[in-house]
Design a protein around this ligand. Sequence first.
Ligand SMILES: *Cc1c(COP(=O)(O)O)cnc(C)c1O
Length: 903
Amino acid sequence: MENETTHIDQFLLIHSVRNDCWREITTLADAWAANRGERAALEAAIAAGAAAEEYHAYPGARLLAALAERIAANDAGGAAMLARRISNGLLTHAYRKRLSEWDVHEELSSTEVADVLPHGTAEAGSRRPYFEVLYVNSQPAARWPALATELRKLRRPEDPFVYEPILVGSFEDAFCAAALNPDIISVVLAEGFPYRSRHDAPILRSVLDPLGEEEGPDMSALRLARSLKRIRPELDIYLLSDRQVEKIAGDPAADAVRRVFYAVEEPLEMHLAILEGVQARYETPFFDNLKKYARRPIGTFHALPIARGKSVFKSDWIRDMGEFYGLNLFLAESSATTGGLDSLLEPTGTIKRSQEMAARAFGADHVFFVTNGTSTSNKMAVQALLAPGDIAIVDRNCHKSHHYGMVLTGAQPYYVEAFPMTEYSMYGAVPLATIKRALLSLRAEGRLDRLRLLDLTNCTFDGHMYNVRRVMQECLAIKPDLIFLWDEAWSGFARFSPFLRPRTAMGAAADLEEWLRAPGSIKEYERQQAELGKNPADDALLAAHLIPDPRLVRLRVYQTNSTHKSMSAIRQGSMLLVKDVDFHTVEAQFHEAVFTHASTSPNQQLIGSLDVARRQMELEGYGLVMNALEIALKIRRAVNEHPLISKYFHILGADEMIPGIYRQSGFTDYLAPGSTWATAVKAMREDEFYLDPTRMTLVCGTAGFDGTQFKGLLANEYGIQLNKTSRNSVLLQSNINNTRSDVAHLVRVLVEICRGIEKRLADGGEGERATFAKRVKSLMTDVPDLPNFSHFHEAFRGDAGRTTPEGDMRTAFFKAYDASVCEYVPLIGAECDRRLREGPEMVSANFVIPYPPGFPIMVPGQVLTQETIDFMRKLDVKEIHGYERARGLKLVKPGVVAAKAKR
Ligand SMILES: *Cc1c(COP(=O)(O)O)cnc(C)c1O
């Protein structure tokens, strides 16, 4: 196991690898007991997994010692029985529910093996949530079992949660345990432990070194606390010291610590603090109150007849609705904001507290809960941050809510293009050089002061993650007060992976904030200024990794995320995160945006689910996200390495999703030979773009299916749902809810489909094979070029700069309200061709957004070019918002345009 763990997927798979190891141990033990196998093989398998076992509470030292004893005593039957029990325990989590599972002498009855259901036979009171606490200490390892016993004695029946201690004795071990074991959610550091582990396990080095956690001059408990917080900010960390605790507590480095204890104090205090710390994450103020509200007898005279369910359950005609949703849904409905349910429009009570807790969890200063999806969060952010005439640099390929937001506010979008992935009919992300060029061109036009916002999607639908920190850092070097809006609709979950967090808005903002405060940052800036010299040319600025002046920077970062897309919120549950040093200057505008966009009847259940989604991520998000990453890597491997499936299907690797120039570290893909945890971490840190492994583009054109067709096949025949397709691919995404069974199902289905293709090709003869080859060729090579944004018509450029492309989209948009100034030109036909050749120019009157790909091919005021028309003509999708096939392209009449341009 040790050598393999350096492999990126093996590291991320450590959890399921552990279960697999125990399966293997069980098989070897059975074989030995049946005289079919060697005792040595069993011992080797146990030894191989020994290092990782120390970081988990179960089975723990006692059961492991018992297993070793039975083996040493040649009790093959006893060893096999115990191994099976441990293996089943790990799979079913029975040890979290039954204390007897920890008992060496308790043997397993055969009926208990079936206890795999989440609500299995639990002992009374054992439904308390279970977690593990890491104790980092300097006691000799021989004393640990006794210490653990002492700690367990602190348990009381009235404790709301139950935990098991894990004892380790070094910085390295502590770091690895916290990284590998997601059940650890609290850590106690007793000062005086060494850096090096007592084991010389390469697994430790391979995890730690790439994360930069090397031995240094400062190896104190506070340094460990900071390091642990860096990988898992949600952890509660307690420090036990026998030095001057008052002084330690005052050290700024102690920010990472929840509480400092003087070592000889009452252990019960520590126990209570640990439980209270978990309770502080477990608490969901709004949801808790909603449950309380539902239990109270309440007469309603407000306008929401279904509240309390009486109109439903008393009805002969709609009772099935009540039965389907259950009583609680109706008991928890109210349109009143009194009685403690608080108001989403002006929260002062439980919603306010829930939002504050979400801010803590997601690393923001403020959070707005939004109950109309990120579509609304984006419009709120755009409206609050931009006034008419402000310029925003926007990815043209971003979600429609941004474009409509620009129309609403009258801001001038400066569209920038993502790099195209023509062969798959999709876009990547916007190169930093493109963004910097836009900033520099605005500066050259003297319009940099009008620029207010950079608005980008991170990650993109297809999984491109920006180097968020570098983008912000370099932009701030050109415009130190630029505001950033990161649409992380898909990637809210990424906060809970140390691997992905640096590429999120809030993760990068925190890193940047730290840099701004670091003593060396001004020197760094000044050194670069000296190198660049006075008035450096644009080329020099484009070539350099620009460093901003830390004294001038105003760090203003916003993030929106569809909590419902990646966490356990009900559909449309969304959050808007704020980390803005100048928030007070826009706060009033944000309240206006809430008033503008939020319904006056927000859904209580949605708000409750946002609250609960936050609780879940703070307590088990780390493990859930690790699982989603594991599943993704398993799917990637299963598809691309399967001899039959890989003949027809293929999941695109990082090297196929991201051109080499944006992978500066040289990283190719997770599955590539030579890819290790270290190379993946390096790529995540350095590369301009990085592929979120959970977003998997499965090429199906090579199997003769277009995306829409394949999506339909999976849904109708196999019950597999997905939502995004392109001409020749579909997008699979793994989520916090996926299991290994899902991977197995997908693999079975793909095998079946491939067998079908093989049979058809074998039975159909030459003709069939030729048709298939032709179809594949058409799907894979006859792909339309992706049209760049052309330009706004002169009439709709407002006061745009001479050389900069921003536009006055709102005027064009409202032009379309007057039917007399609009005309329709059929997409296919002589008139369209003639207009392209001879003019007058065709100017779009509205947004035209085909699904897929889902970005606007035309925006109001945009001049249509041959490229645009060619793409529209080749487009073979049914759903094109803003385009009526029967009437044609909706344009602003040439006369109107010309008259306007003259003015
Ligand atoms: C889905 C999505 C949105 C809109 O979010 P909803 O929650 O569906 O309203 C915005 N931006 C991006 C990038 C999205 O993928």
